[in-house]
Design a protein around this ligand. Structure first.
Ligand SMILES: C[S@@+](CC[C@H](N)C(=O)[O-])C[C@H]1O[C@@H](n2cnc3c(N)ncnc32)[C@H](O)[C@@H]1O
Length: 119
C-alpha cells in the first residue's frame, strides 16, 4: 500500500456491516459517541506523524480513539474532553482493551513499510 494525499480506503463507523463491532454501543445498540473515529484512521495519522515515545495530544478526545491507538503504538497521549460522560467512556475503553480496538490486524496494510515494528 502506498499512502497518498487522498485517503479513501478507511471506512466510516457508520458504514453498517463494514464497521464491524468497533463502534461503542449501549445495551440497546445505540452508539455511545456519534463521532467516534475509526482506529484505522488514527493508526495511519499517528504512524505517519510521530515516533515511538512521542506524546500525542487530542484536545477533542471524544471516545478516546487517539489514546487507544497511541498506547498500542508506544506513544504517550493527552486527551482533553469537555463532556464528563465521554471522559468515563474513555476511561472504560482504555481499561477494557477491546479486541475490536486492537490495531495489529491492520499491520498487513503496511507490509511494504520497512521496520514497521520500530516505527
Ligand atoms: C468529533 S468529537 C471527537 C471524536 C473522537 N475523535 C473519537 O474518536 O471519539 C469532538 C469531541 O470534542 C469535545 N469537545 C468539544 N468542545 C470541546 C472543548 N472546548 N474542550 C474539550 N472537548 C471539547 C466534544 O464533547 C466531542 O466529544
Amino acid at each position: 500500500m502506498f499512502v497518498t494525499d487522498v485517503w479513501d480506503d478507511i471506512r466510516e463507523l457508520t458504514s453498517g456491516y463494514f464497521a464491524g463491532d468497533e463502534a461503542l454501543r449501549d445495551a440497546d445498540g445505540n452508539r455511545l459517541h456519534k463521532q467516534q473515529a475509526p482506529i484505522q484512521l488514527l493508526l495511519r495519522i499517528i504512524l505517519s506523524s510521530t515516533n515511538p515515545g512521542d506524546v500525542v495530544l487530542d484536545p477533542f478526545a471524544g471516545s478516546g480513539t487517539t489514546s487507544v491507538v497511541a498506547a498500542q503504538l508506544g506513544r504517550k497521549s493527552i486527551g482533553i474532553e469537555l463532556d464528563a460522560q465521554n471522559v468515563m467512556l474513555i476511561q472504560n475503553r482504555l481499561a477494557e482493551q477491546r479486541e475490536s480496538d486492537d490495531v495489529s490486524r491492520f499491520f498487513n496494510d503496511y507490509t511494504y513499510t520497512p521496520g514497521l515494528e520500530a516505527i
